[in-house]
Design a protein around this ligand. Structure first.
Ligand SMILES: C[S@@+](CC[C@H](N)C(=O)[O-])C[C@H]1O[C@@H](n2cnc3c(N)ncnc32)[C@H](O)[C@@H]1O
Length: 208
């Protein structure tokens, strides 16, 4: 989909995402994942800032999103939770940071949207420090045949309405990217995953 159209779709959902910050199950998962964040953090596609209540003290977060409307909500959340943060409005698929810039990279519910998720995974591997960590909370295709059939049937409609693919094999993509997966927790018939990963060394990447 054209990026400007996708941005408009997310701009329109900003208030809904702000309300969804209160979803109790997501809150539990976010808390569990974000308790591991430390140091200099990059948060991809921050949305309305649903992770800000859960960052441990002392982190410094660079938060990105291509939707100004989402970023406005995220800035309010950061202020409310006293998070030391800065914000960049840009398409993450067109961004670059120096290699090994971040101790922690966070992505929650963002890999469903990108045109080229593997490219973004390669980039975050480069942007993360060698002893850093990459924390994901993502959703995708279920391992249950009935559910996945429904997901495949509805996906074109859901993508046009919400800008989000429901059929991605998130764990498969992360494995393909070569990131080192340390721990996975899967929920909702394997539709939702919490994933703790580390970058692979750049030398290993270049040798392959
Ligand atoms: C499903 S929402 C998730 C928001 C937030 N991470 C959360 O956990 O609630 C997806 C977010 O990704 C952003 N997004 C999607 N594609 C993007 C891209 N290519 N570059 C930057 N932001 C993007 C959208 O604007 C939206 O805020």
């Amino acid at each position: 989909m054209d990026k400007q159209k996708l941005i408009r779709i997310f701009d329109k959902q900003a208030t809904q995402y702000e309300r969804r910050r209160e979803d109790p199950r997501q809150k539990r998962w976010r808390q569990q994942l974000l308790s591991h964040a430390k140091g200099v953090v990059l948060e991809l596609a921050v949305g309305a800032g649903a992770n800000f209540p859960f960052y441990p003290p002392g982190v410094k977060v660079t938060a990105t999103d291509f939707s100004e409307a989402m970023l406005e909500k995220a800035k309010q959340a950061a202020k409310q939770h006293h998070i030391h943060s800065d914000f960049i409005c840009s398409d993450i698929e067109a961004m670059n940071f120096p290699e090994q810039s971040f101790d922690t990279i966070v992505s929650t519910l963002s890999f469903c949207s990108y045109d080229n998720p593997l490219m973004v995974l390669d980039n975050i591997n480069r942007w993360c420090r060698p002893n850093g960590q990459i924390l994901f909370m993502e959703h995708g295709i279920s391992s249950n045949l009935v559910v996945s059939t429904v997901q495949k049937a509805l996906n074109p409609l859901l993508y046009r309405a919400y800008g989000c693919h429901h059929t991605r094999d998130i764990l498969g993509l992360i494995r393909e990217s070569g990131l080192k997966i340390n721990r996975v927790e899967s929920y909702w018939l394997n539709m939702a995953h919490l994933i703790w990963a580390n970058p692979i060394h750049l030398s290993e990447m270049r040798d392959n």
